[in-house]
Write a protein that binds this ligand. Structure first.
Ligand SMILES: [Cu+2]
Length: 461
């Protein structure tokens, strides 16, 4: 087998009038300061999160990855409906980028929305290798004064272990050496009235810290604006193993988009966000200092992510701020209703396939359709088909199911590219096969994915 079966992707030339956005991203080892604790990790361009990549829908992006890591890597542009050769999956769409190597990702970003990017190699996502990507609408949507991007993360790298060590231990111990799993009664966690806790056993790894915009609660990011400002929040869950509940103390939020797609505006006190999901919300700011809290769901270790919103004077809430909004009704994102602009055209599916999420903590084995990735049979589709995927979660854990290169519609019509599937839940998801290539469908718990909870969706040629 040749060592470079994929070679370099064909360069793209801009079409007449098309704007080009170029950027170089260097993946390097670095040290970050987490409230006085110095940790070694890997990141993009020397910071965690990495730099924002921003363009307008229809632009041609030319993004060059320079790999200065001591390991192979790639970049996956999460949620973008891009050409297959730029999707960043080693062995499926490209060769891994070797240490010292570079790779040019060139693609048109067709859809506005909130996205992020990260490696698609091993468990590198659980280092500091993630950054936001915003694709703006061609016409200014208006309706808000300012915008804040909030990247949520669970952090363990450099705290005496690495994500690779964590995975090795999960497999060796069959999960027994970690907290937050197997037999915990999450229904009574913290005595909070969470209703029927929807996610069962959530999370395999015990994290010492949770970050918002790269900062722990002991040294939180401070977001400043004026009282009365309308702010667009773009919330991205870049964590590897943590579902968060997000609330802004003293405020309600109006959810406007999920995974880039417009929804019927919905006012909430708090919402769940699974790994790989994004939610946009509009908030009208009150006067004072308020905690924006990302509370991990079902983690035995405690702790939380925190940022501060400041519009006036007042005492800053402490690291353990517990806004009452977290104790009320919490939105499950898949229950949002789509905006009419986000609907797929009405069409009967041309083909149906089954997708069963399977596995267990003990032994630590995860797979789809009877086997781990590499041993399972790829799903196939013909270009032009409306494909229905009958997805079933046959495990006792929640899994965020993520599809590359497309978005899908839930039975309600809600468009997503990542959806939380609760234990034993079934969900029919429809997609239009309009982007030829070989694509991944996988759990966005990066430890589950790396242990085999992935499957390919290949276009028949
Ligand atoms: Cu999973």
């Amino acid at each position: 087998m040749p060592s470079t079966p994929f070679g370099s992707p064909t360069p793209l030339s801009p079409s007449p009038g098309q704007k080009v956005v170029s950027k170089t991203l260097s993946a390097t080892p670095l040290t970050v300061d987490l409230a006085g604790r110095s940790v070694s990790t890997w990141g993009y361009d020397g910071s965690v999160p990495g730099p924002l990549v921003r363009a307008t829908a229809g632009d041609l992006l030319r993004l060059t990855l320079v790999n200065q890591l001591p390991a192979d890597t790639t970049i996956h542009w999460h949620g973008i409906r891009l050409r297959n050769a730029a999707d960043g999956v080693p062995g499926l769409t490209q060769d891994p980028v070797r240490p010292g190597g570079t790779f040019g990702y060139e693609f048109t970003a067709p859809d506005p929305g909130t996205y992020f990017f990260h490696p698609h190699v091993g468990v590198q996502l659980d280092r500091g290798l993630y950054a936001p990507m915003i694709i703006d609408e061609v016409a200014d949507p208006g309706g808000y004064d300012t915008e804040w991007i909030l990247l949520l993360d669970d952090w363990i790298d450099g705290t005496g272990t690495t994500p690779d060590d964590v995975l090795t231990k999960l497999i060796a111990d069959g999960g027994t050496a970690t907290g937050g799993m197997g037999g915990m009664d999450h229904g009574s966690m913290g005595g909070m009235s969470m209703g029927a806790a929807p996610w069962g056993d959530a999370g395999d790894v015990t994290y010492p810290l949770f970050l918002v915009n790269g900062k722990p609660p002991g040294d939180p990011d401070v977001l400043s604006a004026k009282r009365g400002d309308r702010v667009r929040l773009r919330v991205i869950n870049a964590a590897s193993d943590t579902i968060f509940t997000v609330a802004l103390g003293g405020h309600s939020m109006t959810i406007t988009h999920t995974d880039g797609h417009a929804v019927q505006p919905t006012q909430v006190s708090a919402f769940y966000i699974g790994m790989g999901e994004r939610y946009d919300a509009i908030v009208t700011l009150a006067d004072g200092v308020f905690p924006l809290v990302a509370k991990p769901f079902g983690k035995a270790s405690g702790g939380q992510g925190l940022a501060l919103v400041r519009t006036g004077s007042g005492t800053a809430p402490g690291p353990n701020a517990n806004p009452s909004e977290l104790s009320g009704q919490i939105l499950i994102g898949s229950q949002l209703q789509p905006a009419s602009s986000s609907l797929l055209p009405v069409k009967t599916p041309d083909a149906t396939v089954d997708l069963a999420l399977q596995g267990s903590m003990k032994p630590y084995q995860w797979g789809i359709n009877g086997a781990p990735f590499g041993k399972n049979e790829p799903l196939t589709v013909a270009a032009g088909q409306r494909l229905r995927i009958n997805a079933t979660n046959m495990t006792m854990m929640t899994h965020p199911l993520h599809l590359h290169g497309h978005t899908f519609a839930l039975p309600s019509g809600l468009r997503k590219d990542t959806v939380l599937m609760a234990p034993m839940q079934s969900l029919a998801i429809d997609l239009d096969a309009d982007n030829v290539g070989d694509w991944m469908i996988h759990c966005h718990n990066i430890y589950h994915a790396e242990a085999g909870m992935m499957i390919a969706l290949n276009y028949r040629r």
